[in-house]
Design a protein. Structure first.
Length: 255
């Protein structure tokens, strides 16, 4: 499957997006699906927690009052707020696609490609050399990523901030408002042209593969997505409250 499948589902719930990412990873891992790039948005807005983050890092009462979903990701990292205009991406690819196949180096490679996508449209972004996952502009974070790896494939997904509502975010996640103002920035400072951003990311993550736009998921992926949605995101699931056995108090989205 020597091509990049690009799926742009638009708006959907955080639960469905996370279930889709994991389902497609399962299929790429078993060579049933090609390398896949998804570009999507959260509706309603959501706070996502890593697989290890403790729920107490967020203000659940405020999230409920503001009609903001609380979702647990299958990946690592920290707590992150997604508004309706934040562009989220997931890149799911077989390990053999990369020359250096250690997970940390694959992650760095992918995030470097995303940073380079910004530069092609005149945005002076660069990868944080310390984290290998955060993309910065003038020392401020504009995008962060997290990963999940299986035997034969890797999932890297993240979010590009559109604008930073410091008052709202600090009320949802335990982050001082001043820290947000000092350490985060939105892409709207530079551009509101999301189609241009989409195209730049697609080209940057093609890895010389043929690009196929407006692709759809397979029937098997649909079935797997609904299974994951039921197992992890139904009202009876313990996935949100339990996560991994050894939960921890994670850092914030600004790290």
């Amino acid at each position: 499957m020597n091509y990049l499948r690009v799926i742009s589902p638009g708006f959907d719930t955080g639960a469905r997006h996370m279930a889709w990412d994991e389902a497609i990873l399962n299929h790429v891992n078993t060579n049933q699906s090609p390398p896949t790039l998804r570009l999507y948005y959260f509706n309603p807005p959501a706070v996502t927690l890593s697989s290890e983050c403790h729920l107490d890092i967020i203000n659940k009462t405020t999230c409920t009052q503001q009609q903001i979903d609380i979702i647990r990701r299958p990946t690592g990292g920290s707590a992150l707020f997604h508004n309706r205009k934040d562009l989220a991406y997931s890149f799911i690819a077989p390990i053999y696609l990369f020359e250096e196949q250690k997970p940390v180096k694959i992650m760095r490679n992918i995030c470097n490609q995303i940073a380079s996508a910004f530069t092609t449209i005149g945005i002076p972004a660069y990868l944080n050399q310390k984290s290998n996952t955060n993309i910065l502009i003038d020392g401020k974070k504009i995008s962060g990523s997290a990963s999940m790896i299986k035997t034969n494939a890797i999932l890297v997904h993240g979010s590009i901030f559109h604008n930073i509502d410091t008052i709202l975010i600090s009320s949802l996640i335990n982050i001082p408002q001043q820290d947000l103002e000092n350490r985060m920035i939105g892409i709207s400072t530079y551009t509101n042209n999301h189609a241009e951003i989409h195209n730049a990311i697609i080209n940057a993550l093609s890895y010389k593969l043929e690009i196929r736009i407006n692709e759809t998921a397979t029937e098997s992926e649909h079935h797997d997505m609904h299974r994951i949605l039921q197992d992890k995101f139904s009202t009876t699931s313990e996935w949100l409250t339990a996560g991994k056995k050894h939960k921890k108090y994670c850092g914030s989205s600004i790290e």
